[in-house]
Design a protein around this ligand. Sequence first.
Ligand SMILES: Cc1ncc(COP(=O)(O)O)c(C=O)c1O
Length: 494
Amino acid sequence: MKKVASGISPLIAIDRALRKPLHRQIYDAYRGAIVGHSLRAGDRVPSTRLLASDLGISRIPILNAYAQLQAEGYFETRVGAGTIVSASLPDQMVAVRPSRTGAAFPNHRGVRRLSKQSEALPLGESPLRRGPGAFSVNQIAVDQFPFQIWNSLVVRHCRRASMNSLNYGNPMGLSELCGAIATYLRTARGVRCEPEQIMIVSGSQQGLEIATRVLLDRGDSVWMEEPGYSLARSVFAFHGCQILPVPVDGEGLNVAAGIKIGRSARAALVTPSHQHPLGVTMSASRRLQLLQWAESSGSWILEDDYDSEYRYESMPIASLQGLDANARVIYIGTFSKVLFPSLRLGYLVIPQDLVARFRAARVAIDLNPPVFSQSVLADFIHEGHFSRHLRRMRILYGERSRAMVRAIRDELGPAAEITGGDAGMNLSITLKGIDDQAIADEAARQNLWLVPLSSSYLRRPGRQGFILGFGNVPVEQIQGAVRKLISTINRAGA
Ligand SMILES: Cc1ncc(COP(=O)(O)O)c(C=O)c1O
């Protein structure tokens, strides 16, 4: 026989001392919950047997209360679903109308004080959460992910559940995964590290958050690339840090300009392998200057190496961390681009002497990273699937990037300056005489998701153009997508 899913028992306070009979107390509790909109049409209620056991009373008063609620139209029974709150409750039964979000809010009076940090954050949807399509940034080629292999590893770890895998985990992360990442980083990225320096985090965003909490105080100033990664700005703003925008040129962050703007900044956040969003690679001399500045001013360097696994026209560029002789660099990496972003797994490489501090911060924040997904990923890497997937994707994204650059050149000619197509999953185009935000708004109405380049600048207006993703668009669709982009630009500019 098909098992009917059990409903959740509502808060019913049975009081035997009251003169009100038990069936009436149950009836009133349910009716109150439905009228107050905490129980909604379609919600499942527990069987009379389960509720009797939860409340520690006999079934008779519950049967009576349910019969009454059914007779009055509050409950209905459905074959296979048990008893549910009526799907067609008349309006007059629901005294408090829900708000647009469905919740019934109490009214509030007076000033509601929040932290200054939370008020410093932009409201609205995450800029990374856009629809699919030709230009959506950071979108992976979903159909190319080896789901069969991934699924078999998920099943394997479900079957192997043990006390260890279900208990609280190591705040630094699963040792097998930290070991696999350390080997990969030493070999492929030139990072100097041992497994005990690796901390698993839920993506670069959390890595940056933890590093900021450990290294910076409110009011500290931080260099950020201008233009730069807007979500990193949110982390610093949330912590009450002062952001000093430092210009980026063809060699990456301009260190001399940074020193002029704020020599004594406590930290610098950089994307040296593939600057976000302009795509330039930081030159060797700038890397050395940055390390020298960090040493002389006692500052930290946060190296966000978010997409450097994918380089198409040259060998991968070694990390800045690998050049650091003074343990001033915190290296931040992510699996969002090489696997998929909803996985929310990334890592920090922490200087040896700071590991205990970072571990303590981790315990204070969320105890430990989720163990299950780490186990799956550790096997995925150990069994060679990770490196195979990387190799395949490097070829595929390289083809898509070249096709997009070609299409933009064909359709826009020298009007568009293209940067950053030689690595990662996005490129940028700069266009003169446009209003990129207005065009992006118009494009969104046609389900074309464009990120305006100007949104990467702290000091507006900045350069006008777009950050264009090429990860999730097959080569044969690219020319058409670029034509659609151009007609949108023309329409919005007309
Ligand atoms: C520069 C940069 N850093 C970090 C990230 C995000 O990484 P995660 O998903 O690991 O938080 C992105 C994502 O787009 C990015 O562009």
